[in-house]
Design a protein around this ligand. Sequence first.
Ligand SMILES: Nc1nc2c(c(=O)[nH]1)N[C@H]1C(S)=C(S)[C@@H](COP(=O)(O)O)O[C@H]1N2
Ligand SMILES: [Mo]
Length: 449
Amino acid sequence: MAMLNRFIQRAPENFLSARQINDVKAGRRGFLASAFASAAAAAVAGAQAQTQASAAVGDTNILDLPAHTKGLGQPVASRPYGQPSEFEKNLQRRESPGLTRVGAASVSFAPLQSLFGIITPSGLHFERHHQGWWDIDPSKHRLMINGSDDSLIKRPMVFDMDDLMRLPSVSRMSFIECGANTAMEWNNTAVPTVQYTHGMISCSEFTGVPLITLLEMCGADLKRGKFILAEGADGSGMTRTIPLSLIQSGEVLVAYGQNGEMLRPENGYPLRLVVPGIQGVSWVKYLRRIEVGDMPYGTKDETLHYVDLMPDGTHRQYSSVQEVKSVITSPSGGQVVLQKGFHSITGLAWSGRSKIKKVDVSIDGGRNWQAARLEGPVLSKCLSRFNADFVWDGKPIILQSRALDDSGHIQPTYQALRAVRGGRSIYHNNAIQSWLLSENGEVKNVQVG
Ligand SMILES: Nc1nc2c(c(=O)[nH]1)N[C@H]1C(S)=C(S)[C@@H](COP(=O)(O)O)O[C@H]1N2
Ligand SMILES: [Mo]
């Protein structure tokens, strides 16, 4: 494949051999280090070849008239549903070579290193399925709303998709981040790429009915009711408690739309809960039931999983807000910076509490910081794109970004995070990410301070 960008090689996984990719798919372990070492070696070899190529004179591409300038193109609507270019085949969500797949239950990560702006194309949205995904017939799908006892809901109701889609709807851009995003870094695993360190986040425009509208239709007692339980229609028995206070703001949606079309099956078609700012697990997919209750439910996904083990041995429960966080997506781990000189640092920032107020970047491992440009729109509980200029003199540097949100929270260093949380957590790692850019142009995941 032709190298489109001479300055940075963007997606290192492109250099995995077919066999290595099969190993990844089969979940074979132990090859992780060697696979990524050889990927990096291939990238460096490519880099050298590329430097020569770019120095070569006599590039006649602008003079040659290829077939596409002279002939008749493909007929209109030959693809009734559009597809990415053939040249973009390697842009894929991927399963991490470091994670074991349990049946159909797994994770695929979004290729953040190759995405622009703030919206994740639906086909590249990360996936997290506790029991695999389903393509559910919308004509048979139902949503029931009931109370934990009859006094909490005057009129329990069952809605079909038509009932829901005729109601007044809203559209809103929100990120969804799995609480386990960046989990491997707690142990300093240093997974090789930003796809695997941070790729359990995506951002879409969601369309649906505010849940509060449905609760009001059913005559829910919004004084005595304090929580809801949301339940999915897949076999994972996914249930989550969500405080009514969040729902009363109108932010929580019963959504059927994603990026202008119906949800994708992998993302909960035909109905999912959208809970802006809150960890992914609460965004129940294949949503089939909502129960209004007056206390938290303490389900398996709130007691066994999704709890934070603190240094004193206690568990923190219901720590659901995704705190302020950012990451440089390019240059990032596994990429190769091919030339000295001007480069653009680009990345994403988000906060489950509010809008992003400021992002700073450092090229010296956090000693000095400069303000990055926040590109608009900057929306609450949505991804924000930042860019910063830098000139690389060819010396090793450590790249970092640090976000600050409107609620006054700032992204912590690993040292600061571990001082509070210890080292036995899985979830909610929002520490500052460091990328080491070495003299040979390779970018690696490192942890400092
Ligand atoms: N019904 C159901 N809902 C679910 C899950 C699931 O397995 N089943 N996984 C949850 C988790 S842990 C996450 S992080 C998000 C992932 O959403 P996505 O697959 O659309 O990215 O969905 C949540 N909702
Ligand atoms: Mo998750």
